[in-house]
Design a protein around this ligand. Structure first.
Ligand code: HGY
Ligand code: MN
Ligand code: MN
Length: 426
């Protein structure tokens, strides 16, 4: 009998991996020592469950629970059921964004294997737990890089040329971690093994915690079914001015890109606040050279814009670009805009969503269907295979922060709901 471990035990085993003393929380960029340690942890936990662990050409980890008698070396895995999520994090991220989905998948396998051993589960297809690299895009700048490569929704040449803050290309780092960059990109053989993909994820936002679903005593459904993923993109503004000395340059003689950047950030907030349903954020700004006594010569800043209607997102970016040009000109600077990534709004497969609603209702009656404002690999893979999501209640809704949190009991309910979902789909 495989010694099962609860999702909370699984998560506590990695609670010290990749802690960020300066930012708080965790910094686990793809292929960093921390993320590699998490890959080792995952592979060991999968092996303990007799899952066959493989890494595909794009660096995606697959842990296979093949059908009884299937030879894992040459199985007919077409149309398998896949669950999982990611292990990489944003800088200073929380403990649950990604790992909750991976740990819950492993804990759900425990429940399913116990049900099969007791004769209450019959499977007619294989199950795999997948771990997608660079979901956050924290190291190479494009979110869901692994699933985009698999799905063929990013040009591999563009992906492989992406550079991290130290100038390493994704190609070099992938090669250093055992990949062949020339083989990376859309993988129809792997896509053919995915019949359905279901991702469990910590809720990011307060959907489950609104009065609509939770009473004054805090009682309400701990799990929701995903309905859609908000369209979202990332754009880089490079504002160039005149680098100079902070002490010898009179105020009237300056072309300071930092001042232009500051005005642009305020304009971004005002523009988004005026458009219902829009979210726009500048969370990252890099002055060059970045000295205390130096007027910057250039400032790069990154814009994240999201809205349910892709046309509105495009119009917002266009408007912000116009504002940036005016502001830069006024400051004697120039500005360049580059789109780094974009994913349109995705509605999950309706039939799969209905199946998830029915299965989840057994463990979590009244579980609602919620949209999410966060991007996910399930949103990217929806372009190629039926995908669905489950969200587990996060009391504060805070995410991409050390304060992200899930109650142990809710995490366990999430595992039971996921196990029921997987059992019904198997
Ligand atoms: O940015 C996102 O929404 C996701 O967390 N990568
Ligand atoms: Mn995230
Ligand atoms: Mn995530």
């Amino acid at each position: 009998m495989v010694n099962t471990s609860s999702v909370n035990t699984l998560l506590s085993a990695i609670e010290d991996t990749g802690r960020d003393a300066r930012r708080g929380g965790y910094s686990r960029p793809v292929y960093s020592a921390a993320e590699l340690e998490l890959r080792e942890w995952f592979s060991a936990e999968a092996a303990r469950r007799n899952l066959a662990v493989e890494t595909d050409r794009n660096g995606i980890l697959w842990a296979w629970w093949d059908l009884p008698g299937n030879d894992p070396t040459s199985p007919e895995r077409r149309g398998a059921l896949v669950t999982g999520s990611h292990l990489d994090s944003v800088p200073g991220g929380g403990a649950f964004d990604g790992p909750l989905g991976v740990a819950s998948a492993l804990a759900a396998v425990d429940l399913l294997q116990a049900r099969e051993n007791s004769g209450s589960l019959f499977r007619n297809r294989a199950l795999a737990v997948a771990v997608f690299p660079e979901e956050e895009g924290s190291r190479f700048g494009v979110a869901c890089l692994g699933s985009r490569l698999l799905a063929g929704t990013i040009d591999p040449r563009k992906a492989l040329a992406l550079r991290d803050a130290d100038g390493n290309t994704f190609a070099d780092v992938s090669r250093a971690n055992g990949r062949d960059p020339d083989a990376m990109g859309r993988d129809d053989a792997v896509l053919g093994t995915i019949g359905d993909f279901v991702e469990l994820h910590v809720e990011q936002g307060r959907g489950l915690n609104t009065e609509e679903f939770t009473d004054a005593a805090g009682h309400g459904p701990a799990v929701a079914v995903g309905g859609s993923v908000l369209g979202h993109g990332r754009w880089r503004f490079s504002i160039s001015g005149q680098g100079n000395h902070a002490g010898t340059t009179l105020m009237a003689d300056r072309a300071d890109p930092m001042v232009a950047a500051a005005q642009l950030i305020v304009a971004v907030r005002q523009t988004a606040a005026a458009q219902s349903g829009a979210r726009a954020t500048v969370g990252r700004l890099e002055p060059v050279p970045g000295g205390t006594n130096v007027i910057a010569s250039r400032v790069d800043l990154w814009l994240d814009v999201r809205h349910p209607d892709d046309a509105v997102t495009a119009a917002l970016v266009e408007k912000i670009h116009g504002q940036a040009q005016k502001i830069a000109a006024f400051e004697g600077c120039s500005v360049q805009l580059t789109e780094e990534s974009y994913s349109g709004t995705v509605h999950f497969d309706p039939a799969l969503q209905r199946s998830l609603e029915q299965s989840v209702a057994r463990t979590v009656p009244g579980a609602p269907v919620l949209a999410t404002g966060a991007g996910h690999d399930a949103g990217v893979l929806a372009a190629r295979v039926p995908t669905g999501m489950l969200f587990v209640r996060n009391p504060s809704g805070i995410s991409h922060s050390p304060e992200e949190y899930v109650e142990d009991g809710d995490a366990q309910l999430g595992v039971e709901a996921l196990a029921d979902v997987l059992q019904d789909l198997l």
